[in-house]
Design a protein around this ligand. Sequence first.
Ligand code: GLN
Length: 188
Amino acid sequence: MRIGVLCLQGAFIEHIHMLGSLGAESFEIRQKSDLARSFDGLIIPGGESTVIGKLLGDLGMMDDVRNMITDGMPVFGTCAGLILLARHIENDPHVYLGTMDISARRNAYGRQLGSFACTADMKGIGEIPMTFIRAPYIEKVSGNAETLSVVDGHIVAAREGNQLVTAFHPELTGDTRVHEYFLKMIKH
Ligand code: GLN
């Protein structure tokens, strides 16, 4: 199994390390030609959604990535990755990939409270540590999208078929279970 990690900006190295610790092969997607390689799953990391979104457009990768996902490529978006996958962003006029039936709110916890850690339950996994960094949350899931975790009344993880998103950064904790969940999603 090989996972492509979108490495345009943000916290991609941590995903690569975590995949390595699980014995999964990964490679860096930095340009359009990298999308032509064969791979079984895609990770879109946290970072700055506006920057990653602009680069996806400038590098001519936006449509290819979107088509890949709508064709069924398993994808895992963390934080900014969640924003890029959302069909609607409450406080931003942009839609980037827009493949997932969720409505996201960027920097939803405000500037001062934007970064915090907690533990909470994630459906299908159990209690896990969660690290939030200027995080979004999901205002609303619609259609086939399903809520997987709620923290303080806000949705912080969801799944819709081949798409998994977390508002927090599992790659910044020592707990590998969310990545294992994603690898299992790919196998099924
Ligand atoms: N605040 C960032 C954004 O709006 C997301 C932060 C993150 O990915 N840690 O894109």
